[in-house]
Design a protein around this ligand. Structure first.
Ligand SMILES: [Zn+2]
Length: 282
């Protein structure tokens, strides 16, 4: 337990980068071996290149602002503030799980839900949804402005969770790998998915969130744990083969393949969601 805490308290930058690159490589290999949607319908090099660009901007934003998280984690410990700090005397594993749940709820589920319901935040988050070929590289396709928004929510999560720095690094590591996993274009055995989805967000669960139109794009917001969507009744189960990825307000390839245009979306006039006459049943 002590070496576990010691490792994550001082997790080397090299290991953090290794997790990002290693996770990406691993899921790309699995996608190649067992893809759900055919990989032959689009240029993977171009698609990956664009998503890697946005991954790099995400890494830069998080790197530049990291000291704020370190300061916040030190502050909650020094002042005994937040859920984990109020759990002294509880078994370590219970404190760890509760801390992870609070970080995942405030830093990911709630952040994501709010991004879908506050227009100016949605305009930043929309870039993530404009991907018409969702795969593991989509995980970090975030506008740099969205990376800042998410960073702010992660900081709030540190205060609510009372998370020491080891929990912050553990959470960020798990969050990264889970996002790469639940965006991956992998065809997983149903029995395995049925078991995993009881606790965590699987690709089969998250894909519907990337369907091109509402109400399906406003479901399954989760990243690590699947129960937040069940609790807040945003959980749906659909046939993934019927999904159409993208965003109905931004389906033009000339726009969604263009880094310059994607960077400008938050500053252009808001495009309201399209209201369809016929309800869709997936
Ligand atoms: Zn979303």
């Amino acid at each position: 337990m002590e070496s576990f805490v010691a490792y994550f308290s001082d997790m080397p930058t090299l290991h953090r980068s290794g997790l990002l690159v290693g996770g990406l490589a691993l899921f790309l290999l699995i996608e190649n071996a067992a893809p759900l949607f055919s990989l032959k319908t689009y240029s993977r090099v171009k698609h990956t290149g664009l998503n890697i660009f946005f991954t790099l901007t995400t890494v830069i934003v998080n790197f530049v602002m990291a000291f704020i998280l370190v300061w916040s984690a030190d502050w909650v410990v020094a002042n005994g503030f937040g859920v984990m700090q109020w759990m002294s005397g509880m078994p370590f594993v219970v404190t760890l799980l509760v801390g992870l749940m609070v970080m995942d709820f405030v830093g990911a589920w709630l952040a994501h839900y709010i991004e879908h319901h506050v227009t100016w935040m949605w305009k930043f988050h929309a870039i993530h949804h404009t991907d018409q070929h969702v795969d593991t590289t989509t995980a970090n396709r975030h506008h740099p402005g969205e990376s800042v928004i998410r960073f702010v929510f992660t900081t709030v999560a540190v205060f609510v969770a009372g998370a020491p720095i080891w929990m912050v690094f553990l959470y960020q590591s798990l969050s990264l790998v889970m996002s790469q996993f639940n965006h991956s274009n992998v065809s997983m055995p149903k029995w395995l998915d049925d078991v995993l989805v009881l606790v965590v967000c699987t690709p089969n669960m998250h894909r519907v969130h990337h369907h091109y139109r509402q109400p399906y794009s406003d479901t399954n917001y989760g990243n690590i744990f699947s129960f937040w969507d069940r609790i807040f009744q945003t959980y749906v189960v659909v046939d993934n083969k019927k999904l159409v990825y993208g965003l109905d307000t931004h389906m033009e390839k000339s726009e969604t393949d263009n880094v310059g245009f994607l960077l400008k979306i938050p500053f252009l006039p808001y495009r309201p969601h399209i209201e369809y006459e016929k309800e869709e049943k997936l």
